[in-house]
Design a protein around this ligand. Structure first.
Ligand code: C2E
Ligand code: CA
Ligand code: CA
Length: 730
């Protein structure tokens, strides 16, 4: 029964009828009467809730304040309050509410009857706010930690947020109001940068943002200017397509700019000294200045414009093309066989080649065209055509002339060398309406030209974009497959030939994609290598193979392929050791197969990796022998345990006596070096017999069995243990 008087009972009825969680409390905050909605909010039955005190309802952190407020209300010091606080449910969970409290005064006596309290559940809203705040905070912290100021412009409402670092950069106080209008911002920008910014940043048409990064000077509060690298990105758009919100970061690059200026000044100084004797100080300074400037804009070796200048020129060309003033072709020119020139003939020869190519390219184009060097052996060209020209034909003709000219021998410091060039062509505006897209298109076409056999040119086609997307999709799938261990170890039998006895298995990676179906390792291994995931994949295969094979008889080995790119990883031996001990698999039962490609790029490194693996007890096989460099020096020097004769020789032994001879002589050679041999690609009984005669010890191939899942390999092992020959079992 409620402790309220009969008069108050009417009050209780009103409270009960109220949809909002409501209760009546005594001056100490104790519940005198609560409605159903309040019971529901806190998970109590209406009867359970009577007499509960502040201590039971309000979160301990908020309880003191709640008590004070109840006392103040009861005493008439305040006439209401409205606060956010946490309530505690019967089950102990918390709920955020907005509490509004009013004192109810007895009209006759003027004394307090009770306090009426209403609580509105704002839990979901609070949580959402907290999550948002948390992610905003983290994001801002990360950027601010990196010294970047964060800004967030709401163009619709002309409001903005500026972070702490953003303000510090400009000497603006943390809680100072900032005028977020474009005019106010431009007023802070250096007068010399204002026009450029306006042109680059805002397009009058769409009031959107054309470029997403630029450098400019802005006035610091104390009057000096700072250089800012500003990067922004539209986040929300209005229904008419205009940008509504843009978020970005600012980096203070003043000291970087000053360094650049100092470097230029230093260069100027050096030239001032040298030329000082000859020219008047004034003239010398000017010349030096000019040189310093040209040094920053031109490639020091060839004197051609550099990437930056090229991008500027291309921007201008694109703008003209977009206005309908002419057509342009962008050529991406990449030298073929340049690396060997550098490696074999030395850098002086490489420099000569680059300078000669630069001047030959300039000789082919017209004055109005631009030739630039944009990377090591990469050049780029902008060709300009009149409206009556057949730009495709003209670009093709010029590209061919460039290729022909570059192909002519070049007299180096010591020797005459020959290089070639592959060229990709993009037409502006057909293939793109901004410089970045065009250059990328030309690059894509250049890669295609290289793929199609070097020394040719290729026009960009939309198809390449699609290929690129397909490649990206495959990469994404490989990433996913490696992360989720969807790529499985399969096992192909290795057979001791003269005894026709199962000796072990080669681990081969198998990937069955839900949509692509079976993807061959030749397709996904290179992708995993490119993505830097080959290590992760190899370790995962090794771990699973060790677990699968550990209960097989002791003499059964497993052979694992290790990619050349991965072999150079200094952590590899340690990682292998860790997996072997973790799976309790003896190193002596493991073989690693590597191809010669792993050795050529860094021989000392390869030697070290080999030695440390062998030091653990792992055996090393030289895979695909016959296809690579087949360097006898490597064979002896690196002391492989085994060599695997490539399947292309073995499969064709029966029909190609020449190939059979090669196999037999390799076998003889291996024997003389005291090395064990494995012949891969044994498909027929006849081949097996010839191999045994030639002295091959081990064989592998479809004749004995294809790669199979672990349970099938298990069965084969059990049958072998009962004395069955692999061939009859497979
Ligand atoms: P590989 O190391 O030379 O592996 C032997 C390949 O020959 C396997 O192709 C195997 O299925 C195939 N083969 C075996 N017996 C015969 C035969 O009698 N006739 C013919 N025509 N072929 C036979 P697979 O599995 O498609 O692997 C291709 C290549 O992919 C491997 O050549 C290896 O270089 C690479 N690869 C496969 N698994 C892995 C792996 O786990 N890691 C790395 N790094 N590379 C792998
Ligand atoms: Ca292999
Ligand atoms: Ca092989």
């Amino acid at each position: 029964m409620s402790p309220l008087s009969s008069d108050s009972l009417k009050l209780a009825d009103i409270v009960e009828a109220c949809a909002v969680a409501t209760f009546l409390a005594g001056p100490d905050g104790q519940v005198l009467h609560a409605n159903r909605a309040f019971g529901k909010l806190l998970g109590y039955l209406p009867t359970e809730i009577l007499h509960l005190g502040i201590g039971q309802i309000v979160h301990p952190d908020d309880a003191k304040k709640a008590r004070e407020q109840a006392v103040a209300l009861a005493a008439g010091d305040i006439d209401s309050y409205n606060v956010e606080r946490r309530y505690v449910r019967k089950d102990g969970s918390l709920v955020w509410v907005i509490v509004s409290a009013l004192p109810l005064i007895d009209k006759r006596t003027g004394k307090l009857r009770c306090i009426s309290v209403q609580a509105v559940d704002i839990d979901r809203q609070k949580r959402a706010e907290a999550a948002l705040e948390e992610s905003d905070k983290r994001w801002n912290l990360a950027l601010e930690g990196a010294g970047q100021g964060v800004w967030d412009h709401d163009l619709r409402h002309r409001t903005a947020f500026y972070s702490r670092v953003w303000r510090q950069m400009r000497g603006i106080g943390l809680d100072e109001e900032i005028d977020a209008s474009r005019e106010a911002w431009l007023a802070r920008v250096h007068p010399d940068d204002r026009k450029r910014l306006q042109d680059e940043f805002f397009t009058s048409k769409s009031a959107g943002y054309r470029r997403d990064s630029f450098e400019y000077r802005e006035r610091h509060r104390d009057g000096h200017y700072i250089w800012i690298l500003s990067r922004g990105r539209p986040m929300e758009w209005m229904p008419d397509g205009r940008v509504a919100r843009i978020v970005g970061t600012d980096t203070d690059i003043t000291s970087l700019r000053e360094q650049e200026a100092r470097a230029a000044e230093k260069t100027a100084e050096v030239y001032r000294q040298h030329l000082g004797a000859l020219e008047k100080a004034q003239g010398a300074a000017e010349a030096a200045q000019e040189l310093a400037q040209s040094l920053a804009r031109h490639d020091a070796l060839t004197g051609l414009p550099n990437r930056r200048v090229f991008a500027e020129a291309l921007d201008k060309a694109v703008a003209r093309a977009n206005r309908g003033a002419g057509t342009y072709a962008v050529l991406s020119v990449d030298l073929d066989r340049f690396k060997p020139v550098n490696d074999i003939h030395g850098h002086a020869a490489g420099d000569t080649v680059l300078c000669e190519v630069a001047s030959r390219l300039q000789g082919v184009v017209r004055e109005s065209d631009t030739v630039a060097r944009i990377g090591g052996d990469e050049f780029a060209v902008i060709l300009e055509f009149g409206s009556s020209d057949d730009s495709t034909k003209a670009a093709a003709d010029l590209a061919q002339r460039m290729i022909d000219r570059i192909r002519e021998p070049i007299d180096g410091p010591e020797k005459r060398v020959v290089v070639g060039a592959s060229i990709g062509i993009a037409i502006c505006p057909t293939d793109g309406s901004d410089s970045e897209t065009l250059l990328r298109a030309a690059d894509m076409a250049m890669y295609r030209a290289k793929q199609d056999g070097r020394g040719g040119f290729c026009f960009f086609e939309q198809r390449m974009q699609i290929d690129l997307l397909a490649q990206a999709a495959l990469e994404e799938d490989v990433r996913h497959a490696v992360a989720n261990e969807e790529i499985q170890p399969y096992y192909q039998p290795l057979v001791k030939l003269d005894e026709n006895r199962l000796a072990g298995f080669e681990v081969l990676a198998r990937w069955r994609h839900p949509v692509r179906g079976n993807v061959p390792p030749d397709a996904f291994i290179p992708v995993a290598e490119k993505l830097g995931l080959i290590g992760q994949l190899t370790y995962s295969l090794l771990r699973r193979a060790c677990l699968d094979a550990r209960h097989w008889p002791e003499e059964m080995t497993i052979a694992l392929n290790v990619s050349p790119t991965h072999f150079a990883d200094p952590l590899l031996p340690v990682k292998f050791l860790a997996i072997l001990s973790e799976t309790d698999f003896p190193p002596t039962r493991l073989e690693v197969e590597i191809t010669e490609t792993a050795l050529v790029s860094d021989l000392p490194m390869a030697r070290a990796a080999l030695r440390s693996l062998q030091g653990i007890g792992i055996k090393i096989s030289l895979d695909d022998f016959g296809t690579g460099y087949s360097n006898l020096y490597h064979l002896r020097e690196l002391q492989f345990d085994k060599i695997k004769i490539d399947r292309s020789f073995v499969t064709s032994m029966m029909n190609d006596p020449q190939r059979a001879k090669i196999v037999l002589s390799v076998l003889a050679l291996a024997k003389s070096l005291g090395m064990t041999t494995i012949a891969e690609g044994v498909e027929h009984l006849q081949t097996m017999k010839e191999l045994i005669q030639g002295g091959a010890e081990f064989g592998q191939g479809y004749y004995f069995g294809k790669a199979m899942p672990a349970d099938a390999a298990d069965k084969l092992v059990q049958e072998a243990a009962r004395g069955a020959a692999p061939r009859s079992a497979a």
